[in-house]
Design a protein around this ligand. Sequence first.
Ligand SMILES: Nc1ncnc2c1ncn2[C@@H]1O[C@H](COP(=O)(O)OP(=O)(O)O)[C@@H](O)[C@H]1O
Ligand SMILES: [Mg+2]
Length: 256
Amino acid sequence: MSQLSVKDISKSFGALSVIDKFDLELSMGDRHAVIGPNGAGKTTLFNMISGWIPPDKGTIEIEGLDITNHSPQAVTQAGLARSFQKNTLFDWLTVAESLRLAVQASSNVRFNFLQPARRFGGLQQRAHEIARQMELEPVFHREVRTLSYGQKRQLEVGMALACSPKILLLDEPAAGTSHAERATLVRLLTTLPKNVTLLLVEHDMDVVFGVCSQITVLNYGRIVASGTPEEVRQDPEVRAAYLGESASHDGEVAHV
Ligand SMILES: Nc1ncnc2c1ncn2[C@@H]1O[C@H](COP(=O)(O)OP(=O)(O)O)[C@@H](O)[C@H]1O
Ligand SMILES: [Mg+2]
């Protein structure tokens, strides 16, 4: 059974068709990238899969459970977490506080409120685990505003991991990072537990090719190619529309 099954979903905003008959099947542990030019519909796709906006048609299932039209909270409950393209951090919180909040928000603490001390300890422990996983231990007690840009992006991934998701959706986690920060991010993403399924939207081809073994190419809301990095790289339509002349020397794909 697929872990994530997206069948024939479409979305229009007014007269603008943003996602047109999109299909995707992910199995546990897959590392799958969705690439495509700005405006191709990648974030809209993530918004639909994570329950933020309903598709006009089609179905989305997690491990056979139909989550089409379910709330973001229900989708999280079903095992899916996402990060956002835009910064969603609170500058004045520490890394520890940010992660604790994310863990708390994702766990059902309603029945534990009589044991606040024990609960805090559990939250802190999990927050610390995630900080270690995301190489943020040295800055665990620092305020977010004092972190480097790359560390902030690592924290965003960490916050998405807070609910121990089976499926993790990351929307351009490397956007705006330096070459060295991207290398760190690639290392961290490749060392995610093998049972976490990763769906990644990313412009940076070093990150895509460094992390993912399957790629879907979107253009104007339609799949123009899908396959291994090699297959996608060789696809004439992709080369012409996307990777071809517009690929810059450092592996970053220019927005077309
Ligand atoms: N809520 C919305 N209302 C109207 N148009 C939208 C909305 N969200 C996205 N769009 C449009 O849909 C298209 C795809 O946007 P988006 O999914 O953000 O693309 P990408 O993430 O691939 O850059 C764009 O033309 C964008 O302007
Ligand atoms: Mg986007």
